[in-house]
Each structure stands twice: as C-alpha cells, then as structure tokens.
Design a protein around this ligand. Structure first.
Ligand code: HEM
Ligand code: HEM
Length: 167
C-alpha cells in the first residue's frame, strides 16, 4: 500500500493531543464532580458552580475542551489536510469520516450537557452520561482504527497525527 507521510498542520496536531489529554483528565475528575453534584441535588439546592477542588477542575477543563474543539473545527475547515490514502477501501474512508464527525459532535455535546446539568436542570446529567459513553465508544473505535493503520495497513496515516513520526 502506498505510504503517505504528509502530516496534519502542527496547530491541529497540538490541538489533537491537548484535547486527548484534557479528555482523559475529565474521566479522572468525574467522580469528584459526581459527589459534589449528588450532594447539592440531595440538599435540594440548585447545584450552581461547584466550589474549589476537583469538581471545579472538571467544569473548568471541560469548558476549556469545548472552546478548544470549536477553535479546532474552525482551523480544520480552513486547513488543507492530507487526503485518505487512495487505495483505502471506500467503506473504511466513510467509517473514518463518520467517526471523526461523531467525535467532534461528542466533544461539543458532552461539555454542553455537563454545563446544562449545572446551570439549567440536573436532568441534563443523564444526557451528559449518555454523551460520555458515546464519546468513549467513538474514541475506542478511532484508536482501534489508528492502530489498524499502524500495524496492519502500514500506510503512514498513523504518523500524520504523531509529530515524532515526521521524517
Ligand atoms: C469533554 C468534556 C467532558 C467529559 C469527557 C466529561 C465526563 C464526565 C464523566 C465521565 C462523568 C461521570 C458520569 C457517570 O459516570 O455517571 C461526568 C459527570 C459530570 N460532569 Fe462531566 N465531562 C465533561 C465536561 C463537563 C462540563 C463542561 C461540565 C460542567 C460545566 C460537566 C459537569 C458534570 C456534572 C455536573 C457531572 C455529574 C452528573 C451527574 O452525576 O448526573 N462535565 N462527566
Ligand atoms: C492513541 C490515541 C489516538 C491516536 C493514535 C490518534 C490518531 C489520529 C490520527 C492518525 C488522526 C488522523 C487521521 C487521518 O489522517 O485521517 C486522528 C484524527 C482525529 N482524532 Fe485522533 N487519535 C487518538 C485519540 C483520539 C481521541 C481520544 C480523540 C477524541 C477525544 C481523537 C479525536 C480525533 C479527531 C476528532 C480527529 C479528526 C481530525 C480531523 O479533523 O480530520 N483522537 N487521530
């Protein structure tokens, strides 16, 4: 298979990995946020903005993800990115494209539903939980796809998002 080493623009690579790290952080801070949220809900007081600590980090970094994803989407639309390898099966190209759009959508809807749980109604917390599962499932499929390019297809697609692979 033809090897395509053309990379994504550096700004998109930086945003990709920054967002990945922040999303992992959201899963690590989720328990802290859940505790604060449940206490506020049980006390009958509208949750409001959580106090300092892990829950505030969850809200703050989650909002940061939302902002970065919007910036990333705009940069992405304005950039020239390497096309899929020509000999990649059309169904795999479609699957990759759908997964990417799905990831963008999940990266917007997860923080929005989290913010709605705090600011509008605690019931949005249920939507937030569904969206984080959607995000997890899409990310798992995406990572599996990236590893398939690396190990099975060996077409250079993996290295487009990994700067150390640039030669
Ligand atoms: C991409 C960004 C985000 C991710 C991946 C994420 C992930 C999570 C996860 C995994 C949980 C635990 C849910 C469970 O297992 O039941 C959670 C809970 C929660 N998150 Fe987020 N979150 C994000 C952004 C936000 C933002 C921006 C806010 C608020 C400004 C927020 C507010 C909440 C609240 C209030 C809960 C508790 C909901 C409940 O227990 O019903 N999250 N989040
Ligand atoms: C080990 C982890 C990961 C690897 C190796 C990886 C690798 C890649 C690669 C190689 C691409 C470019 C694909 C192409 O050229 O067609 C890409 C794009 C993308 N990745 Fe990841 N990724 C990882 C984790 C994640 C995670 C966890 C998320 C979401 C939170 C994510 C979101 C995205 C998005 C939205 C794109 C689309 C880029 C575009 O706008 O075209 N990635 N990733």
């Amino acid at each position: 298979m033809a090897v395509d080493r053309e990379s994504y623009p550096r700004s998109l690579v930086v945003l990709h990995w920054l967002i990945v790290v922040l999303v992992i952080g959201q899963f690590l801070s989720a328990d802290g946020m859940e505790d604060v949220f449940r206490d506020a809900d049980n006390s009958g007081i509208a949750p409001g903005l959580p106090g300092p600590g892990i829950a505030l980090a969850h809200a703050g970094f989650g909002a940061t993800i939302l902002a970065l994803v919007i910036v990333r989407f705009i940069v992405r639309m304005a950039s020239r990115v390497p096309p899929p390898p020509r000999d990649l099966h059309p169904l795999l190209q479609l699957a990759a494209r759908l997964t990417h759009y799905g990831l963008y959508a999940a990266l917007v809807l997860t923080p929005l539903s989290g913010a709605a749980a705090i600011l509008i109604t605690p019931e949005a917390g249920d939507v937030h939980e569904i969206m984080k599962n959607v995000l997890l499932a899409l990310a798992a499929a995406h990572v599996a796809g990236a590893l398939m390019h690396l190990v099975v297809l060996r077409d250079g697609v993996f290295w487009r998002m990994v700067p150390v692979g640039r030669r």
